[in-house]
Design a protein around this ligand. Structure first.
Ligand code: F0G
Length: 459
């Protein structure tokens, strides 16, 4: 018999989670104004809101915590992290930040001005928020295939080279300070970008004198997909692929809460000292001195260790197979989802799930609430609410895709939990014709509204 797949780790410590009943959940979600971010974690049984900072650290990471050096300047933990980043990514210069959006804030302060244009592959919401906050414009150049969830394409995170070149040509009067490649592309469904596409973007950007910045939150998962799906890389190690990927970029922002498997942390990697020096000023203002930048020494130690664990092939295979396990159960039951499955999450296609619900009633949010009511499973809306209003017209932006993302925390849940989640969603799928109305907004913030929005049921 062929030996079955099994996790590349065993469990040393556990945390209790509590089931609830439907009556409790109805009361709680109403009190939360139908915004899943407002729920208390005890009100959730399986929490797939995000894979960010929710992973389980290893015994080695916890032991690194004890070795943290909390010196204000020049801590050994800073040098340990500096060496790990240089080793894994090839970036000789780096700044620690407290998380990914802080890295965006610092780097963009040094690079983006009002009126700038920043093309990329479906910028993540905080990335877009930091661009628009500076009165610059984020232009989505993702390939069209990404927006057809039924289409099988190995690299749905790819940038459309023609779209990108048009942005370069049509905006010659504007300044384009950078192109951002998000690896993997979270917004299009945790979809990878191929090495070939990275090379093409890099060549084109060089031609037009534009810098290439990676949003590297899930860079290791991207490398795993390159190994699996791009034949030339089948025999390379994950770390070789990672080094090559980063060799095509000028700098990177990192949310270490994802592929570096820590609960909090981030950094910026730079190739050139000049940009590093420029950004250092903002790091000191917003984050902290350049040798800690918003992180404790112990957290920098755990992050350095996490970078090695996160780029281990067996770990990545375990992780991505678990996401696929959930995806396959849903697919077999006919639940529409972004295909192929993403690296960190399953993205349920809410428009195909609830085809008769008007988009003005927030289709993906409606589905996310139904899933919570069904099983106490918390996903997240990646749809109209998150897409926010147009910064100029203030009209709702209706994105091509309305998704409910089920993000799987790293090393946290078992496949039994995945089966529970699948059963909950399949139950909703079976009663979908009874879901006839959605929600309307009663209160929202001027930017990044999804975190605090308050909703009411449409009567
Ligand atoms: N870039 C990407 C691609 C992300 O997915 C995130 C966060 C960030 C940047 C910002 O990093 O949270 O550390 O400030 N994504 C989380 C998510 C929140 O749920 O996908 P952060």
């Amino acid at each position: 018999m062929q030996l079955p797949f099994a996790e590349s780790y065993k469990i040393k410590m556990v945390e209790s989670i509590h089931r609830s009943n439907r009556n409790e959940r109805e009361k709680w979600i109403k009190e939360a104004r139908y915004n899943l971010f407002n729920l208390r974690s005890e009100q959730v049984f399986v929490d797939l809101l995000t894979d960010s900072g929710t992973g389980a650290m290893s015994d080695r990471q916890w032991s690194e915590m004890m070795l943290g050096d909390e010196s204000y300047a020049g801590a050994s933990s800073y040098y340990k992290l500096k060496n790990a980043i240089a080793d894994i990514t090839g970036f000789e210069f780096f700044l620690p930040t407290h998380q990914g959006r802080a890295a965006e804030n610092v780097l963009f302060s040094a690079m983006i001005k009002e009126g700038d244009i920043v093309p990329g592959n479906s910028h993540f919401d905080t990335t877009k928020g930091h661009i628009e906050f500076r009165k610059a414009i984020a232009v989505d150049c993702t390939i069209d295939e990404a927006f057809d969830t039924t289409l099988d394409h190995p690299f749905k995170g790819n940038i459309d080279i023609e779209k990108l070149e048009n942005v370069f040509i049509n905006n010659s009067g504007h300044k384009i300070p950078m192109v951002i490649i998000t690896i993997t592309c979270n917004t299009s469904g945790g979809q990878p970008v191929s090495m070939q596409n990275i090379q093409q973007v890099s060549q084109l950007s060089q031609k037009y004198g534009v810098k290439v910045i990676f949003d590297g939150a899930r860079f290791a998962e991207n490398a795993y997909f390159i190994k699996k799906r791009e034949p030339a890389y089948a025999d390379k190690t994950i770390r070789e692929i990672v080094r090559e990927m980063f060799s095509y970029s000028d700098a990177m922002t990192m949310s270490s809460k994802k592929d570096a498997i820590v609960n909090m942390g981030g950094f910026i990697g730079f190739r050139e000292e000049e940009l590093f020096n420029k950004a250092s000023v903002f790091n000191i203002m917003f984050e902290g001195f350049i040798t800690y930048g918003g992180m404790s020494g112990r957290d920098m130690n755990a992050l350095a260790q996490g970078l090695y664990e996160g780029t281990d092939f067996d770990y990545l295979e375990t992780r991505i197979s678990q996401v696929e396990y959930l995806g396959k159960m849903l697919k077999d039951a006919g639940v529409p989802a972004q295909f192929p499955f993403g690296g960190h999450a399953i993205f349920v296609d809410a428009k195909r799930f609830l085809p008769d619900l008007p988009k003005e009633q927030y289709i993906a949010q409606t589905l996310a609430v139904e899933l919570y009511l069904e099983g106490g499973v918390r996903g997240v809306e990646i749809g109209t609410i998150m897409a926010d209003r147009d910064p100029i017209t203030r009209e709702n932006r209706y994105p091509n895709l309305e998704m409910v993302r089920l993000a799987i925390p790293r090393r946290t849940y078992t496949n039994n939990h995945m089966e529970y989640v699948a059963a909950s969603l399949i139950n909703v799928f079976e009663r979908r014709s009874g879901i006839k109305t959605g929600y309307c907004i009663v209160k929202e913030a001027p930017i990044l509204r999804h975190f605090t929005v308050e909703l009411e049921k449409v009567k």
